[in-house]
Design a protein around this ligand. Sequence first.
Ligand SMILES: *Cc1c(COP(=O)(O)O)cnc(C)c1O
Length: 814
Amino acid sequence: MNIDTANFCAYLQAEVVGDKIEERFEIHRVSVDSRSLLNDRTTLFFALVGQNHDGHTYIEELIRSGITYFVVSDQTKIIQQAGVTYFVVQDTLQALQQAATWHRQKFDIPVVGITGSRGKTVVKEWLNFLLSNEYSIIKSPKSYNSQTGVPLSVFGMAEQHTIGLFEVGISTVSEMKNLQPIVQPTLGIITSLTNEHQDGFTSEEQKMQEKMQLFTHTPTLIGEKDDRIVAVLSPQTTYISWSLIDTETDLYGQLEGDKLCLLYNKVETFTVELPFTDEFSVRNCMTCILTMLVMDYAIETIQERINKLYAVELRLQVKTGINNCSIIDDAYSSDFQSLSIALDFLEKHRSNANKTVVLSDVFHSGLEPHELYQQVNHLLKSYQIGKVICIGEEISQYGTDSAVMRFFSSTDEFLQKVAMDEFTDETILIKGARGFRFDKIVSLLEEKTHETVLEINLTAIRHNLNFYRSKLKPETKTMVMVKAFGYGHGSVEIAQLLEHEKVSYLGVAFADEGIALRKAGIKTNIMVMNPEISAFSAMLAYDLEPEIYSIRELKAFLQVVREKNAYQYPIHIKVETGMHRHGFLTHELDELLAILKHTNSVEVKSIFSHLSSSDMEVYQDFTLGQMELFEKNSTYIKEQLQIQPIRHILNTSGIYKYAAYQMDMVRLGIGLYGIGNDKEEMKQLRNVGTLKTRIMQVKEIEAAESVGYGRRFRAARPTKVATVPIGYADGIHRVWGSNGGYVLVQNKKAPITGSICMDMLMVDVTAIECKEGDEVIIFGEDLPTTVIADAIHTIPYEIITSVSQRVKRIFFEE
Ligand SMILES: *Cc1c(COP(=O)(O)O)cnc(C)c1O
């Protein structure tokens, strides 16, 4: 983009501050992410200010990475430097939106704006596929549909594009009016409306009115026949609707098997074969078919293309691979923007690994191939990819022949020539358009285990972290507990995420856990809570900081520190305030201080204590008493040693209920994993782990027949029983089976019948239509661990940390 400075400033009401102000300047991209590896001289950076984040903090770092154009709101954070220009505005998010609006106005092409509660991304991705032969498409990458995602998507519009497909999501009132001018849809689509995401609105009607603001100046809107929509339509808009029940509509559809029989304009009839027949897919297909009809596509074309639609995978999945590899599976699409997102994901999660990318031909979107592949090459270089395997005729022709690239004309050729054993100790991003069938490569590289998986939603973890951070002052540090294998979820992956989110400390129970994190390349400070004396020298070698809880332990630690000639090695003093587990009692402090006063070998990095009952209302006085004692004793240590250590006492429930006592740092545990001890707290968290497997076998038994060991279940009537390959050795508590235990099949409750076995359990599915291979949820969003824990008189902590290591963990982002 070539920008006229005066014009740009007038539009944004910005004041220019800086050393050198040119009349025009050239930028190639807009960024709000200080960590992006693509930030460079041609980037315009908007310093956004959020609840837990302030882009202004990174200005110095960003100048070093080459950025010279900033949009800022806080003048005091400006760093004067030769060649750096600042645009000072009132509000940087608003400026980002205005700048996107300004950019949008330069293009006179059709733009489709898509909103609704469900199906936005699927409809957008499907339309992208359905229209790609005729149009050069610019679309929002993945589900970039928020207050920042929409403007960033629109900045992608360039000269070569002939249509835009943008999705727009809102979570509360008055957001849509900001987004409407940025998208300016010339054609509107409203997808399924459900009662989801209702929290930010007072009523269904309010939500509807808000959503419809996207279409105030849109001549044509497409959606399901619905009086609620018509009621709030702007007078300039014509509503063209489809229905699966009402023939009095523009497009009526009736499903017969996998055929959809259609009646268009009440006169024209035709059928299309659907690749999917579940309810939401059918609805999304109706939307796409009607859109193509409105865009004057011939019926034959529609029939031919709808049949080729594919499942849209909205998430990038990390899978465990053979030979100690990790696989990032993105074998569904291949365009420049989604490649850049996938590389970002690779960098975030595996910045220390040997990185490999398997890449297919990239979707053009109107660019000349040599130009496109030049950009692709630049992108791969920025991310320091060690090895690139290019598959496809075109990428082989245009890809730059650099040392790190190997070329194959097809997936089959690659599979013939390359043995999968060639891959060891690397993280492999598999990124290709669907037609290349990279799923074949994924399935060969993936480690085979049984079908039981614990899926971990990294986006939800980030959400939960931010929720607790929002309760804290910006300067308060966070330690996150990743002990016990990240509460059973997988410590390395979670630690990588937390490192990226810049938490101050990670907390583990034993030295071994800390060593595993260091070996995986984690650099964040790590505190070890139960350091064993035998592990001290390893802890020094791996830069792990011990909790010191007794004189005996301190003396033993000092001896090791002196042997290694270490100086001011960081330690953390635990004071006992009522938990009675670990730590120094009041009368032991003087002896502790006498030792610490006379040594330089260690440095008291922090002083802390642990609350025993922060989640229990009845013990509020006791908890306040703990804090009071902590305040007193930690102050005493500070004064005696004349130091300024970090002080911390709050755990998850403490943060939620006693934020006033946050001091310098908090220690977040269970809440990160989506489990709160309070109902209101729980509502604001997102589910992180889903333990799932598949039905192995379904059989019918007669009345009076029994199921399982000890014949503990007798059928009262003919019963359909499904066998599920997960048992107590996987961490399913055996008592759950005899305390009303159930699993979910087709999202319905299937009661556990008979005793849970070591590797299997059986469930009653008489009332559920299901078959072998169907998914079974053991716990997750719709069957929370809190429900299971209550039934078997334990706590969710025990349920999640019990999931056995033989269960494969899969991590994904939304
Ligand atoms: C486990 C632990 C925490 C975290 O507790 P949650 O209840 O999971 O938030 C904090 N501090 C210490 C010392 C711990 O052992």
